[in-house]
Design a protein. Structure first.
Length: 303
């Protein structure tokens, strides 16, 4: 097949070229696959009207998507395991994203160090490139050179992405900045608080959603990335114990704890998704989280 005219052509080509387990991963849905079938059915109802002999002068594909300027109304949706379908799949996706207003996240290649960028990418669509602790992979460097004018954010402490690697990135892109904390718990909080222009969560007040996972279970955290892109979306936070919250995380939850003075129906609420079973985060810690997320009356202090 030399000419691709529709999605079905791509499906047929993939079935021929891609190993069965990888094809089934991409061309399937969860549980009963009802949403998968509904999506296909809904798109079949959309018809395009052909128009000919129309003046195309001064036409532009520029528009806005979720409040952001875009060169054309096309976005790369969060897609797990892209490299499973094509070598360097994530990097190739970056090459196709020509929006000059985008940001690039550069994260540690070891997901256990910092799974937070996966959740940010699920929300923003910004590409994530990976670096080793002591070296910058050639493919990542190539992608950064291609988009040398795009802001780059290194996500993680120097123990995850060393100062030498940071300087190497800075030689390619002088706009690079680091967002980090010393431990996985502190690193996730730093990323949740961070804000610079259009980048970062900037979660420093109540009224948000949070995803809480064990630092020792990065794949659980990655699997829950979709929660950061839906509902009262919010950042990934990490705990390093099954029994109790780390002091740093407890302090952060207290900073953003929702409250009211007279009318609780006018207040902002926090929501927390706890990821994992009781061996990962037990009932005691869940109760502690619930108390910190619960709406509280704020006393005025007047006599």
């Amino acid at each position: 097949m030399t000419t691709i005219t529709c999605i079905e052509d791509l499906r047929v080509l993939a079935r021929k070229r891609v190993p069965r387990m990888f094809y089934d991963y991409a061309d399937s849905g969860s549980w009963t696959e009802s949403t998968y079938r509904a999506n296909e059915s809904d798109f079949q109802k959309i018809l395009l009207r052909q128009r000919v002999a129309v003046n195309m002068e001064n036409r532009s594909t520029r528009t806005t998507m979720i409040g952001q300027d875009a060169a054309m109304p096309v976005a790369i949706a969060p897609t797990g395991m892209t490299g499973m379908q094509h070598a360097d799949g994530e990097i190739l996706a970056v090459h196709r994203r020509d929006d000059a207003d985008a940001q690039i996240d550069c994260a540690a290649s070891d997901l256990a160090v910092n799974p937070s960028p996966v959740h940010r990418a699920a929300r923003s669509g910004d590409p994530v490139l990976f670096a080793d602790a002591e070296s910058l992979p050639a493919a990542t460097a190539k992608a950064l050179r291609r988009y040398a004018d795009v802001p780059v954010y290194v996500l993680g402490p120097s123990s995850a992405i060393s100062s030498d690697v940071f300087r190497e990135i800075a030689k390619i892109d002088g706009k690079v900045k680091r967002v980090s904390g010393e431990s996985p718990v502190e690193n996730a909080i730093a990323f949740a608080r961070y804000s610079a222009a259009d980048f970062g969560w900037n979660i420093n007040d109540p009224g948000h959603g949070f995803v809480l996972a064990r630092a020792e279970s990065p794949l659980d955290a990655a699997a829950a990335a979709a929660l950061s892109a839906s509902g009262t979306w919010g950042p990934l936070l990490l705990t390093d114990s099954a029994a109790s919250l780390p002091a740093e995380l407890r302090s952060y939850f207290l900073d953003v704890k929702p409250g009211y003075t007279t009318n609780p129906t006018r207040a902002f609420y926090n929501h927390v998704w706890v990821i994992g079973d009781q061996e990962a985060i037990d009932m005691n810690q869940q109760a502690e989280v619930n108390g910190l997320a619960e709406l509280a009356k704020i006393e005025s202090g007047e006599p």
